[in-house]
Design a protein around this ligand. Structure first.
Ligand code: PEP
Length: 246
């Protein structure tokens, strides 16, 4: 399976930020990466990014609905039309700030599939849940309820993002990441069958150029979802470069 390094720009980026994509494109053209690369800019930059971009593009969220009177919402088909091939759903910032439940996340993933996008479905525990010894149980519960039946390696990517590691500079130990990814793989295979061994499992949460090699070469870690360090092409390239050729 080819690893994926995905950048989530969150609510950052104006037209001037497309220069970072230009730099990324030039560097990747000069030295082919050992992984797939995806950038998820804000909705407003997607179409312009598609005009620049030598990398795949994704959205950061989508409506669970296909269209209609839902002011301010963006459908998966709109993302596809603007140049996206995938969309992040269930990011912890959406779960926490916008109150999204597992059922909302599952509906968004299904909307993504209907539009022909792959869904990057995020799961992860809070610090209190980890401290209470519930990290694995929380993530399996989220997987059960947020990953719809019908998930395949073509339409679904899972991102394990411990909430307490996002934007904090803190990361789980390598053993904890390894154990969680093995747990997620086992949950997916039990529920979806052997085909689920091909679903990519990304780690996300304070991945930086200096910790990327240790994290990204762990077993069952098939890439990264990167927030802050995806905003500068030089940092993002440092993470991409940490993936060893298969
Ligand atoms: C994220 O928001 O998905 C993320 C992983 O952020 P950061 O890399 O900044 O921790």
């Amino acid at each position: 399976m080819r690893s994926l390094v995905a950048g989530n720009w969150k609510m950052n980026g104006l037209a001037a930020s497309l220069a970072e994509l230009e730099s990324l494109k030039a560097a990747l053209a000069a030295a082919a990466p050992a992984c797939e690369v995806l950038v998820c800019p804000p909705f407003t930059l997607l179409a312009q990014a598609a005009a620049v971009c030598g990398v795949a593009l994704g959205g950061q969220d989508c409506s669970p609905r296909d269209g209609g009177a839902f002011t301010g919402d963006i459908s998966a088909a709109m993302l596809k039309d603007a140049g996206a091939s995938s969309v992040i759903v269930g990011h912890s910032e959406r779960r926490q700030i916008h109150g999204e439940r597992d059922s909302d996340v599952a509906a968004k993933a299904q909307a993504a599939w209907r539009a022909g996008l792959s869904a990057i479905i995020c799961v992860g525990e809070t610090e209190a849940q980890r401290d209470a010894g519930n990290a694995h149980g929380i993530c399996s519960g989220q997987l059960d309820a947020s990953v719809p039946d019908g998930a395949t390696p073509q339409n679904t990517i899972i991102a394990y993002e411990p909430v307490w590691a996002i934007g904090t500079g803190k990361t789980p130990t390598l053993d904890d990441i390894k154990a969680m990814h093995a747990h997620i793989r086992s949950c997916l295979v039990t529920r979806l069958g052997e085909g689920a061994r091909g679903i990519r499992l990304l780690y996300g949460g304070s991945v930086k150029p200096d910790n990327a090699a240790d994290i990204l070469n762990l077993p069952e870690v098939n890439g990264a979802l990167v927030g802050g360090a995806s905003l500068k092409a030089s940092d993002f390239l440092g993470i991409i470069g940490a993936i060893k050729p298969a």
